[in-house]
Design a protein around this ligand. Structure first.
Ligand code: NDP
Length: 386
């Protein structure tokens, strides 16, 4: 029996890596639905190649073009957020959640309702709605598998039967492209410089998050929800080479690590084949060539976004949702040229100072907090002078 697959965010970096693996094993996988925002050319090509049953664009103004591109193929073309959520509910055995940002939250929740397996790349949804999402996964009997390379590494190293034996979970961080850039040179960093990650090829938003190290902060919050060992047992270690993807330290002094080339197809394949393993075209790791592995402590002064995320995690409640929404607005502002690099963290900090709602208990409450935090952040962006 083939495993049925839906890929939410099929045209992005993670979505494309997922399709690459699926297309290498057509006898094992059958594609139900592929979704995108508005990249019709890429979506239609992927739907035709994989003989998907349905292709969906979130942006309804792109639907006519999608219909034209799929005319005569028998593939159903749909548009709008509701259609994305319907597709997430089609009952695929395995759903890749790879929409970027909180736009992925409702589709992830819809996919969890099916009670099957959801491979989670879309960290922003878990940061915003952690408690609500984990409760939904458990209520519907769904399996949530981490795809983020760090969390996938922890998942591979963690003895889930003995969480009390964990002393620390250590998330490794590359430190991004500006790990050694003098602080005074950081304000003039351009979007093109920020998206050029030294090790990983990723979408624009996560690349900027890596450059500010907000990405590692979001990952701390993500880890808190996925691995219930407590926030005080979550650590960050800078490891610029991105060879060790994360580690688990146990009370007996053992430290288990997962290593591999920086290629998202490895963690995606682990989630796709879980609980088995499958072959990937990822380059084998050549440790003799690498020679040595280097580590350093994170610099919370140069990377205030990481500190803000740690504080939001410690405070809990709605703080992570506000942090995430403000960061999405600030990063979009930076990518459009309206916000300087160092202002990204400042916008997040100001939004957190000005807006402190009560903890959300429902999806609607999370979405309302997200919308309000964005409103504060957008106002703050207007004050920026670049
Ligand atoms: P990309 O920007 O490359 O892709 C984003 C995908 O989401 C595209 O398919 C895009 O469609 C779709 N999309 C964007 N906006 C919307 C919307 N409003 N509604 C529906 N779909 C939308 O992102 P990445 O693949 O890099 O990242 C995806 C997620 O995975 C992020 O949450 C990121 O943090 C996480 N992640 C990514 C990693 C990586 O290596 N890239 C590693 C670990 C986690 P379109 O193409 O039409 O715009």
């Amino acid at each position: 029996m083939k495993k049925t697959i839906t890929v939410l965010g099929a045209t992005g970096s993670v979505g494309s890596s997922t399709l690459d693996l699926i297309e290498r094993a057509p006898d094992q996988f059958e594609v139900l639905a592929l979704t995108a925002n508005c990249d019709v050319d890429k979506l239609a090509a992927a739907a035709l190649r994989t003989r998907a049953k349905r292709a969906v664009v979130a942006d309804e103004s792109c639907l006519d073009r999608l219909r034209d591109a799929l005319a005569g193929s028998g593939i159903e073309a749909c548009g709008g957020e509701a259609a994305i959520c319907d597709s997430a509910r089609m009952g695929a055995d395995w759903t890749m959640a790879a929409i970027v940002g909180t736009a992925g939250l409702k589709p992830v929740m819809a996919a969890l309702e099916g009670g099957r397996t959801v491979a989670l790349a879309n960290k922003e949804s878990l940061v915003s709605a952690g408690a609500v999402m984990m409760a939904a996964a458990s209520r519907h009997g769904a399996t949530l598998l981490p795809v983020d390379s760090e969390h996938n590494a922890v998942f591979q190293c963690l003895d889930r039967s003995a969480p009390q034996a964990v002393r620390r979970i250590i998330l490794t961080a590359s430190g991004g492209p500006f790990r050694q850039t003098p602080l005074e040179a950081m304000q003039s960093i351009t979007p093109a410089q920020a998206v050029a990650h030294p090790n990983w090829s990723m979408g624009a938003k996560i690349s900027v998050d890596s450059a500010t190290m907000m990405n590692k902060g979001l990952e701390l919050i993500e880890a808190y929800h996925l691995f219930p060992v407590g926030a005080d047992k979550l650590d960050v270690l800078v490891h610029a080479q991105s060879v060790i993807h994360s580690m688990v330290e146990y009370i007996d002094g053992s430290v288990l690590a997962q290593l591999g080339s920086p290629d998202m197809r490895t963690p995606i394949a682990y989630a796709l084949a879980w609980p088995e393993r499958m072959e990937t075209p990822s380059e084998p790791l050549d440790l003799a060539r690498i020679g040595r592995l280097n580590f350093e402590a994170p610099d919370y002064v140069r990377f205030p976004a990481l500190k803000l995320a740690r504080e939001a995690l410690a405070a809990g409640g709605a703080r992570p949702a506000v942090l995430n929404a403000a960061n999405e607005v600030a990063v979009a502002g930076f990518l459009s040229g309206a916000v300087g690099f160092l202002e990204i963290a400042a916008i997040v900090a100001d939004t957190l100072d000005r807006y402190d709602p009560a903890a959300p208990e429902t999806l609607d409450a999370v979405l309302a907090i997200d919308a309000e935090a964005r409103r504060y952040a957008v106002e703050r962006v207007k004050d920026c002078v670049v």
